[in-house]
Design a protein around this ligand. Structure first.
Ligand code: F6P
Length: 341
């Protein structure tokens, strides 16, 4: 098995669960180091009982991760195919996000490599599953931050802007805004102009509130009543998938809100804190169920599939169900809005 893309809390819980199930059924799991690179370079470790002991609650991944894509490397696909054949691997369990799942499907369909997917990411933006593990932990970290911002905001009569991750989806922002009782939220899926948000904040402060908390997703647009919108980027570079590097919308929004409302404003950027540390009980449970499902798929030779959550059930879905970014369910915005203004 391998972990690819950005890490998230719960990866080790999947590794532990899948390994335990495979060992119990007489199989011999190994961990490929640093994603598909470990397969291409045949760099792997035994995942025996000793290796996987005590890792359930550990964040990160004990087998390291990378964004290595065999389709982008010279001879990458050939190296991966030969490794599977010559090492005698029965199945490759790839734990990753949207891009990893698509690559994993391609390796199955085009090269006949026996792959199985497990969806991970704090962003919860993988289609084909209701939730990814890692998301709940990120939401908890953001919610804790909102709780802390409340007490300091109230003491100074300020607007606090909290920038959270999520790439081009607003799942973390919207869920933490509801759970933390925020007074406004900005997500990539729906532009809200600075003027509209300022009006709501002014109304709130006129009706007696002496502080406000706004949660903004890193991928949200800065929008104006004039119709102008812009995405705020951390810098000019792109990430390994060619996406622009996000970050900075919090500061840009705070500045605009301060000008428009006249209220003193501060900004907090949570960054990678959301991705580190111990997974919540919810994520450990989901990751463990995914790990067991992935092992079952491998044992039954049901390749080309991914473990997924549908409602409360962990099921198997074809990897072809992963198509692009899963945007946030806007019904949650209605819930959040009941508390704004
Ligand atoms: O996809 C997970 C994520 O944490 C996003 O929320 C964020 O935009 C990105 O990864 C950050 O990537 P990196 O770790 O490369 O800075």
């Amino acid at each position: 098995m391998l972990t690819a893309g950005g890490d998230c809390p719960g990866l080790n819980a999947v590794i532990r669960a899948a390994s335990r199930k495979l060992i119990a059924e007489g199989h011999h799991p190994v961990g490929l180091i640093a994603g598909y690179r470990g397969l291409a370079e045949r760099n792997f470790v035994d995942l025996d009982r000793g290796q996987i002991r005590g890792i359930l609650q550990l964040g990160g991944t004990i087998i390291s991760t990378s964004s290595y894509n065999p389709y982008r490397e010279p001879n990458g696909v050939e190296l991966v195919k030969r490794a599977v054949d010559e090492e005698g691997f029965d199945a490759i369990i790839a734990i990753g996000g949207e891009h990893t799942m698509m690559m994993t499907r391609r390796l199955y369909v085009e090269e006949g490599i026996p792959t199985i997917g497990v969806p991970k990411t704090i962003d919860n933006d993988v289609t084909g599953t209701d939730f990814t593990f890692g998301f709940d932990t990120a939401v908890q970290v953001a919610t804790d931050a909102i709780d802390r911002l409340h007490t300091t905001a109230a003491s100074h009569n300020r607007i606090m802007v909290l920038e959270v991750m999520g790439r081009n989806s607003g799942w973390i922002a919207l869920f933490s805004a509801i759970a933390g009782g925020a007074d406004g939220v900005l997500i990539p899926e729906l532009d809200i102009s600075v003027e509209e948000m300022s009006e709501a904040l002014t109304r709130r402060h006129e009706s007696g509130a002496n502080f406000s908390i706004i949660v903004v997703a890193e991928g949200a647009n800065l929008a104006f009543a004039s119709g102008e919108t812009r995405q705020v980027l951390a810098n000019e570079t792109t990430d390994e998938y060619g996406y622009p590097r996000l970050g900075g919308i919090g500061a840009a929004l705070a500045e605009e809100l301060e000008q428009e409302t006249g209220f003193e404003t501060r900004v907090t950027v949570l960054g990678h804190v959301q991705r580190g540390g111990t997974p919540t009980a919810h994520d450990r449970l989901l990751a463990t169920r995914y790990g067991i499902k992935a092992a079952e798929l491998a044992i039954n030779r049901e390749y080309g599939n991914m473990a997924a959550l549908r409602g409360t059930e962990v099921v198997s879905v074809p990897l072809s169900d992963v198509t692009g970014v899963k945007t946030v369910d806007l019904n949650y915005l209605q819930v959040a809005r009941a508390f704004f203004g």
